[in-house]
Design a protein around this ligand. Sequence first.
Ligand code: GLU
Length: 483
Amino acid sequence: MSEPAAATSSGKQEDLNLYRIVSRQFDKAAATLRFPSFLLRQIKVCNNVYEFNFPVRVGKQMRMFRGWRAEHSHHKKPLKGGIRFAEHVDADEVMALASLMTYKCALVNVPFGGSKGAVKVNPYVTPVDVLQRITRRYTAELCWKRFIGPGINVPAPDMGTGEREMAWMADTYDGLNHGGIDNFACVTGKPVSQGGITGRSEATGRGVVYGVREALSFPGDLKRHGLTPGLEGKKIVIQGYGNVGWHAARIFVREEGAKIIAIGEWNGFLVNRDGIDLEALEEYRLNSGSMLHFPGAETVTDNPSAVLEVECDVLVPAAVQNVITQANVERLRCKIVAEAANGPTTPGAEAYLLKNDVLVIPDIYLNSGGVTVSYFEWAKNLGHMRFGRMGKRLSANKEHAMLDHIEQATGRKPDPAVAEALGRGADEVELVRSGLEGTMVDAYREIRTLSRRKRQIKDLRTGAYVVAIKKIAAAYDKLGIFP
Ligand code: GLU
């Protein structure tokens, strides 16, 4: 929710309106660039917002619901961004999130403009049949106003929505656009059986892990933050255990050898400084319906947001915006804030963190894994073929031939595990993960290189915005004027 202001520990009011916060972040970066002010204004402004009310039957009665779709930038088409179902959402929040989509797509070279949508509804207390009617009617409203389409605007999941809602959206769009061969590219994040791509649901969380790992790979950058290179053994706190937080936690532990020492939800958190056993926790959560009181950790319920204050190496806010503010930032005890959520840190809190040498890895970079894999899904839908289908067998055969040749030449059999891995050829999920990893690594290096070259850039967020703004300016610049 974009509340206007909150009291800080010093008693001063802090502006919590996300649209104004994003605007301030943009201005800080824009001030380091010598671009004409009209161009910067053109990039910054949210092009249009469609706000609408629509009727849906709930039980025996009709109820009105309010929806939005904001289109921030048309410098590339289609536009892209998730649909949020939340009780406390408003136009400013949707516009802010649409702006963030533009910058993150530009940053990671995903060729889309930014957009975002929302419906004011609490999905956690709304019956499934009502949610289905809301989603289908919302999609129809977007169709009638041409705010959705494979070449126009392509929604995806966000807070409160997931594969199920995307399948309903695709089906509704398909029904209203009879015979459209590319209809299923109208939305991403669909179930694999409905034209989705393997690896999309874990993508944002996986991107978070790749991004933090990359930040921890430059020893010279880490000393002032009191960090050593690598993720192995690092203590991590996750705030928000939804799709993003859960996948990130799992991959941090399983693939990088890190420890999850605390996990927070809206109603409480778990702490275990030796590391929480995530598999046991998953089983417990499936059986009990909640992670609280898991026997493998201490449960704290009196102050759920105090999870942010647990001492750790990496703090991952993976829930909503405005959780790290001037009111609590002085109590944080982490070396990295890894922004998996959109907009979790206010500018005032960020200034404090930077002054105290905490590394802030910004949302527009760190959570861009979701839209990156959405791009792969969209391209797959337009190509009408699963990635890897044409080449998998060919590369497996070639790799087998090479292994046979090596065996004959050396008289030694290759290690069976290596032979198995080589002789398989890449399938869709491997291609998706490698595409995501390459994207996250390249984008980090681009931000880092630019930030080291430009003296005025003192933090990763400003660096990330500058990279993004330059690319958007170049897309508007048909004459090649702007460097
Ligand atoms: N809602 C996600 C985000 O904020 C994903 C958007 C997409 O895949 O289009 O990045």
